[in-house]
Design a protein around this ligand. Structure first.
Ligand SMILES: [Zn+2]
Length: 185
């Protein structure tokens, strides 16, 4: 089974309230943490209300989470991702937007939120223009796609691995109403 399929199945277990995950079991969590290396990196928004490990029903060490406000990924985030891909054998990067993102809403309104000034959310402008300010969720989905492209464009390491089939980058949108990931590709 491919990694993306594994993540889709994990999200289905989460939606169905059926968990496989070892990280809920305290006795096993230390063993899991010591032995495992992450195989998926998730770029998640700073104010995403539910942790990726829960959404995908994975063990805590399966996923390396890179948090970025409004998925505005910066060079520090990108270098961390590149390091993770090279050192942890990560073969899937999921860029995850989410419903009702307060940072995207703030960018749409030109307001300060969660300590972020409007000027710090300028990276969302391309998505706002592309969607003609349609809705906060539409802007978030567009921006999540654009962030995926930014990651691809950042690193020769990523491009080389994608071209030889050892890395995949996908974009998804987490729906709070249903618990489901909507895959944007
Ligand atoms: Zn958010």
């Amino acid at each position: 089974m491919g990694l993306l399929e594994k993540m889709k199945e994990g999200n289905q277990r989460y939606v169905s309230r059926i968990s496989n995950s070892l990280n809920r079991n305290l006795e096993q969590s230390f063993e899991v943490a010591c032995k495992k290396k992450p195989f998926v990196a998730v770029v998640a928004c700073f104010d995403s209300p539910i942790a990726p490990e829960v959404i995908f029903d994975c063990d805590s060490r399966d996923i390396l989470v890179v948090q970025a406000a409004g998925n505005l990924i910066n060079n520090v985030n990108l270098v961390r991702l590149e390091y993770a891909v090279q050192n942890f054998n990560i073969s899937l990067i999921v860029v995850m937007g989410h419903q009702q993102c307060r940072l995207v809403q703030a960018a749409l309104n030109g307001e300060k939120v969660l300590g972020y000034q409007p000027s710090q959310l300028k990276g969302l402008e391309t998505a706002i223009e592309a969607t003609q300010k349609k809705s906060v969720d539409a802007v978030c989905k567009m921006h999540t796609r654009l962030t995926k492209e930014d990651i691809f464009g950042f690193s020769e390491v990523f491009r080389e691995k994608i071209n030889n089939g050892s890395l995949q980058i996908v974009a998804g949108f987490f729906c709070l109403d249903t618990g489901r990931m909507e895959w944007l590709d």
